[in-house]
Design a protein around this ligand. Structure first.
Ligand code: T46
Length: 183
């Protein structure tokens, strides 16, 4: 597995070793020992999620203010633009974002640490996103930040100007008004 740094040191792009042959391919999508050795992170994942979205859907920006979740994102069908936003008040990269294309073809994974808001935009006609989280879903602690907050200015590769959003995501907070982490 290769670990590729991003503009925010704590956000990591991972490339698994892919074993291709005449039948197709094999890869280890997660190996606890390899993940710890290569990233230096000691995390236990407690939940696996599967999210399918049509093209043009944008989910996010979400985080849990308590029971914070680290997320290991990957795509098994289609292509997404996956975004992590640093919302740790005392971080030198507070309010900055990282966006990476994850796809069924590039097999790339994004490590979104605790203390970050997360969202993705579906660039293909459909996408299946699988991800592991380091704490359990806790809706009472879930918060949303507006996907197009001008103070964050994420450069989403939109297929058209209006992504399809859930009602919750239409009403996200501006970062300036959001509950953020005191880290
Ligand atoms: C996240 C989650 C949701 N649900 C239920 C709650 C709702 O009945 C339904 C859809 O939930 P929601 O609209 O919050 O799903 P997303 O908009 O994909 O939310 C996720 O979107 C962004 C990309 C994230 O990073 C988070 O994982 C998460 O907030 O699934 C569960 O039962 N367990 C869960 O862990």
């Amino acid at each position: 597995m290769k670990v590729i740094p991003t503009a925010i040191p704590e956000v990591l792009l991972l490339e698994p070793q892919v074993y291709g042959d005449h039948r197709g391919f094999f890869l280890e999508s997660f190996n606890h020992q390899t993940f710890a050795e290569k990233t230096g992170l000691d995390r236990m994942f407690v939940q696996d999620n599967h999210s399918r979205s049509k093209g043009g859907i944008l989910r996010g920006l979400h985080y849990q203010i308590q029971q914070t979740q680290g997320k290991l994102m990957r795509v098994v069908a289609g292509e997404i633009f996956d975004v992590a936003v640093d919302i740790r008040r005392h971080s030198p990269t507070f309010g900055q974002w990282v966006g990476e294309v994850l796809s069924a073809d590039n097999h790339r994974q994004l490590w979104v640490p605790e203390g970050f808001a997360h969202g993705f935009y579906v660039m293909s006609d459909s996408a299946d996103v699988l991800y592991k989280t380091t704490d359990y879903y806790a809706p009472q602690h879930e918060r949303s930040i507006l996907w197009n907050d001008p103070d964050i200015a994420i450069d989403w590769p939109l297929r058209d100007p209006h992504p399809v959003l859930s009602a919750k995501d239409q009403g996200g907070d501006r970062l300036a008004d959001a509950e953020v982490f005191d880290a």
